[in-house]
Design a protein around this ligand. Structure first.
Ligand code: NAD
Length: 488
């Protein structure tokens, strides 16, 4: 690997100071489109660095709470404006660091701006309700109060939007934050934190620390001064987070994996369904928790749908996401690349037929990147690993269903329940789907991926634990309720 000494080493942000780790060690962040390129270095932090970050957040929490919701909201407005001014640069870093195409990276950063403005507006909204007391001389009301120090642990696939949809509500409702991003996308995260830093939040309100999940992430959750943890990532790590947080009795919120189905019924608009499967399954190289990975098609339209899907998939251009005309970038890291390729082999070994793509691209412009072509399997049985386990890559499994009942049965037959979509023109069918599907996000004639920041986000079963994220729902997690009774 070519080590360019001009590449910047990003520091931790603790108590409003950019600090190097006590370890004096840094971790490189690699461009998955060109593994020769280091996008930046981040600190390989120690438990002592974390101690400083948590202490800073702890010491800042009283004054931050007392500042009031409206003033906190004003600071979020400033951070939104600064992020917007730096949108192009941050989006380019995002593409170079995790591979999604530049238009997608710009879209994600713009969403970050919108989320900040949404929660900035919360600064002017109500903090509680007045409730009639049975005592006519009393005043009874609720008041929402912050939890204290909140830990924010995030994955690499949305390194701008996910941190912001956790940090913004945490801050506006009066909590202080210690933020640990995924190392694979920590340079982008550092640039987002720079926007908060420039907005002028008081010292200790937002602290940023990078390093190993097993060491820094785990020590954060186990820290006695931490009051709550919000986590997005894999189910395996999430299970450990839940255990540690429950053992300490702190509030926790987990957003984890998905194995999201799309049902295509015999009365569906097949062209619209194909477009949604392509976008939901392969955009961002299939690395969305809401990505469509199982496509359950009624037998009556199966062959037609399959042909249309293959024809549309052939048009997908794969390459470096910074280049114009590229629709799908590389896998975000070598380990993700290896996981995707191992599932493609597993699918074949299980007896499914790879009917399109799934090739590793090598040579020329692809020689230094982690590129695979979008893969379509058929003859997939609902119990196969490629139909049960989250691959987090551009792999679509086609499953035939005799009728709607069987399609819903297959759709529900996984441990996950994040998002689910159906394509139908029949009202009775869509009503049954809404009733029967086990998913937190239910999408009719729309792709499984796609969330709106003002609506609750989260799943059922192994996909999520705790209250929903985003929109008004975020308030449930980031505040506690005091019920106040005043007798004159
Ligand atoms: P991951 O679980 O490997 O890592 C997530 C975060 O946890 C990282 O910051 C990591 O450093 C940290 N971590 C690792 N070990 C830890 C430990 N022992 N204690 C505390 N923290 C630890 O996940 P990933 O590979 O970064 O992201 C991909 C996963 O995220 C997929 O499963 C995907 O479905 C999920 N995801 C879910 C949603 C959602 O909202 N449901 C959104 C995006 C991604």
């Amino acid at each position: 690997m070519l080590i360019d000494t001009n590449v910047k080493a990003f520091k931790n942000f603790i108590n409003n100071e950019w600090q190097e780790s006590d370890s004096e060690k840094v971790i490189p962040s690699i461009n998955p489109a060109n593994k020769e390129e280091i996008v930046g270095f981040v600190q390989n932090s120690t438990v002592e660095d974390l101690e400083k970050a948590v202490l800073a957040a702890h010491q800042a929490k009283k004054n931050w709470r007392k500042l009031g919701q409206a003033a906190r909201g004003q600071l979020l407005f400033k951070a939104a404006n600064i992020l917007e001014e730096n949108l192009d640069e941050i989006a380019e870093t995002l593409t170079r660091e995790m591979g999604k195409t530049l238009p997608e990276a710009k879209g994600e950063t713009a969403r970050g701006v919108a989320i900040l403005r949404y929660y900035a507006g919360e600064g002017m909204r109500k903090e509680g309700d007045v409730i009639p007391s049975s005592d006519s001389e009393a005043l009874m009301f609720t008041k929402r109060v912050p939890l204290g120090v909140v830990g924010v642990i995030t994955p690499w696939n949305f390194p701008v939007a996910i941190p912001i949809w956790k940090i913004a509500p945490a801050l506006v409702y009066g909590n202080t934050v210690v933020f640990k991003p995924a190392t694979e996308a920590a340079v982008t995260a550092a640039k987002v934190v720079e926007c908060f830093a420039k907005a002028g939040f008081p010292a200790g309100v937002l602290n940023f620390i990078t390093g190993s999940g097993a060491i820094i992430g785990q020590s954060l959750i186990d820290h006695p001064l931490l009051n709550a943890i919000t986590f997005t990532g894999s189910e395996t790590v999430g299970a450990g987070v839940a255990k540690s947080a429950a053992a300490r009795g702190i509030k926790f919120q987990l957003e984890m994996g998905g194995k999201n189905p799309v049902i295509v019924t015999k009365d569906a608009d097949l062209d619209a369904a194909v477009e949604a499967v392509i976008s939901g399954g392969f955009r961002s190289t299939g690395q969305k928790c809401t990505a469509s990975s199982r496509v359950i098609v009624e037998t009556a339209v199966y062959e037609d749908f399959k042909e249309k899907l293959i024809e549309a998939t052939k048009k997908i251009t794969v390459g470096n996401g910074l280049q114009e005309g590229i629709w799908m970038g590389p896998c975000a890291s070598e380990s993700q690349f290896n996981t995707v390729r191992s599932y493609i082999e597993k699918g074949k070994a299980e007896g499914a037929s790879l009917i399109y793509g799934g090739e590793t691209l090598t040579g020329g412009e692809y020689s230094q990147g982690f590129y695979v072509t979008p893969a379509i399997f058929e003859h997939v049985k609902p119990k196969m690993a490629i139909a049960q386990e989250e691959i987090f890559g551009p792999v679509a499994a086609l499953i035939k269903a005799a009728d709607l009942q069987e399609a819903i049965e297959f759709a529900n037959d996984t441990k996950y329940g994040l998002s689910a979509s159906i394509f139908t023109t029949n009202i009775a069918t869509l009503l049954e789907f809404i009733d029967e599907i086990e998913a937190g996000l239910v999408r009719i004639n729309a792709e499984s991926a796609g969330v709106e920041l003002q609506a609750p986000f989260g799943g059922m079963k192994a996909s999520s634990t705790g209250s929903r994220e985003q929109g008004e729902a975020a308030k449930e997690f980031f505040t506690a309720i005091k019920t106040v009774f005043i007798k004159g």
